[in-house]
Design a protein around this ligand. Structure first.
Ligand code: K2U
Ligand code: ZN
Length: 159
């Protein structure tokens, strides 16, 4: 059982900052491993399908994406949680789709947000390995929502 961290709420300045990249010497560090564990525990405790480090007051470019079926997306794929360090979307499909979003930092609010249907993401693992992976549908939506957090953008600004 890892530590569950408090979550910043809409209106708190940390959520509006562009988060800092994780530095080369932080990869494979106990600090980064602890952060990833705490992010995952916090996300699970709050029944999220994703989370971004700025939401727990750590302004660094770390996100977790963890799609699973849920009331709003019953056919969402069940995927193992993936921790992405310094994620970058390197390709957006021209095709977009609308879908309902929520946010752990914006309680009691939901809204239809237009997102690219497919995104190709380049990111690093905690160990520092570079990965390029495409996501579609709900997982792609979560990726875009979480990377928005790293750039100080909340989904309500896209309604
Ligand atoms: O970043 C967050 O605040 C976590 C969001 C991730 C999310 C992004 C886009 C679309 C859905 C979720 C939380 O998971 S909000 C809770 C939730 C879960 C499933 C579907 C909708 C909302
Ligand atoms: Zn959010």
């Amino acid at each position: 059982m890892s530590v569950v961290l408090p979550i910043a709420q809409r209106g708190e300045e940390i959520l509006t900052f562009k988060a800092a990249s994780v530095a080369q010497n932080e990869f494979n560090s106990a600090w980064l491993e602890q952060l990833a564990l705490a992010l995952q525990a916090t996300m699970l405790e709050r029944h999220g399908v994703g989370i971004a480090a700025p939401q727990v007051y750590v302004s660094k470019r770390v996100i977790i994406v963890a799609s699973r079926p849920n009331p709003r997306y019953p056919d969402a794929p069940e995927m193992p949680a993936v921790t992405m360090i310094n994620p970058e979307i390197i390709e957006y499909s021209t095709e977009t789709c609308f879908g309902e979003e929520g946010c752990l930092s914006v309680p009691e609010q939901r809204g239809q947000v237009e997102r690219a249907y497919v995104v190709k993401v380049r990111y690093f693992t905690v160990q520092g390995e570079q990965i390029e992976q495409s996501y579609e549908g709900f997982p792609a939506r979560i990726v875009q929502h979480e990377i928005d957090h790293l750039n100080g953008i909340l989904f309500v600004e896209r309604l």
